[in-house]
Design a protein around this ligand. Structure first.
Ligand code: CP
Length: 329
């Protein structure tokens, strides 16, 4: 495990974390990404300890998680993260809320704000919706995934998992394969991993590749056998059917044949390649169970574990101003 604590980077006391919200990786400098990863290491260690409840640094603060789109990992790990830090955590599921009666996004945000949330975690199906809420409320807002735009804590937990497995980022070949076009995970990971020094390859059928994807400083491939050659990390993404309004692939079977990760294909990557998937997986489509459940390569459950640590770090850092704690301390 390679980790550089903030104290070792000489940043303590020199500057404040300048961001009120965490809306995307695009807003973060590489040293700010590393700072959040370093902060997360202590929580990764605590989460493996026998007593996992922290001293309560967020005690007295109210964390509101408002999810307008389905989630298992992100919602629950933000809830666990807040509770481990001592916050009072409340969840709003859009399906059981007044959104169902026609209440607008802004009215919902203003309503939550009136209850004096100290931090909000928002997931929404529209790109840019979390920014809209952040502009309307008085507390820090964390983006838990907005449309096709960004999923910053997913990219941070993926980066933390990679650093713990590989010892660093410089020169690592990371192949991201699947529905790149509709994926906020792909977008946040392209931004995050290139900023940290990885060589990122993205692979998809032409219909699922964003136009001009090279602007993210990544190498596009349509042939998965070529894209996976010599990779240190292979990250698989599911087809985002909920963001499609037409047929982007002929069939799941054909997609699996050309773009599915199976043991044969994995042999083209480095012998110690790490296999990742943000979940939820569509087993038998983008990944076979024999790879997803292979303890020699798969980091999928570790990704979920690091999700709690990363979200604890983000909640802690973003509420420091309200708690009167210097952000780098
Ligand atoms: N990776 C991820 O965002 O999973 P959920 O949709 O279950 O939160």
């Amino acid at each position: 495990m390679a980790s550089t604590p903030s104290s070792a980077t000489g940043l303590i006391g020199r500057a404040n974390f300048p961001h009120r919200h965490l809306l995307g990786i695009a807003n973060l400098a590489p040293h700010e990404i590393r700072f959040l990863l370093d902060e997360a290491e202590q929580w990764a260690a605590l989460n493996r300890a026998e007593t996992r409840k922290h001293d309560g640094r967020l005690a007295g603060l109210t964390q509101m998680n408002a999810f307008f789109e389905a989630s298992t990992r992100t919602l629950l790990s933000f809830e666990v993260a807040g509770k481990r830090l001592g916050a009072d955590v409340v969840n709003m599921h859009a399906a059981q809320s007044s959104v169902k009666k026609g209440e607008t996004l802004i009215d919902t945000a203003v309503t939550l704000n009136s209850m004096r949330a100290d931090v909000m975690v928002i997931r929404h199906m529209s790109s840019g919706a979390v920014q809209l809420i952040a502009d309307k409320v008085d507390c820090p807002v964390l983006n838990a995934g907005d449309g096709r735009h960004e999923h910053p804590t997913q990219a941070l937990l993926d980066a933390l998992t990679i650093r713990r497995r590989k010892g660093g980022f410089e020169g690592l070949i990371v192949t991201i394969c699947g529905d790149i076009l509709h994926s906020r995970v792909a977008r946040s990971n392209m931004l995050c991993l290139t900023a940290l020094g990885c060589q990122v390859r993205v692979c998809a059928p032409p219909t699922l590749m964003p136009p001009a994807v090279e602007r993210y400083r990544v190498m596009p491939f349509t042939d998965f056998d070529k894209a996976i050659e010599g990779a240190d990390v292979v990250m698989m993404l599911r087809i985002q059917n909920e963001r499609m309004d037409g047929g982007f692939i002929p069939s799941s079977r054909e997609f699996n044949l050309l773009y599915g990760l199976n043991p044969e294909r994995l042999k083209r990557a480095k012998a110690d390649a790490t296999v990742m998937h943000p979940g939820p997986m569509n087993r038998g489509v983008e990944i076979l169970s024999s790879v997803a459940d292979d303890p020699q390569h798969s980091a999928i459950t570790e990704q979920v574990e690091m999700g709690v640590a990363v979200r604890m770090a983000c909640l802690d850092v973003l509420t420091r101003k309200a708690r009167g704690v210097p952000s780098w301390a």
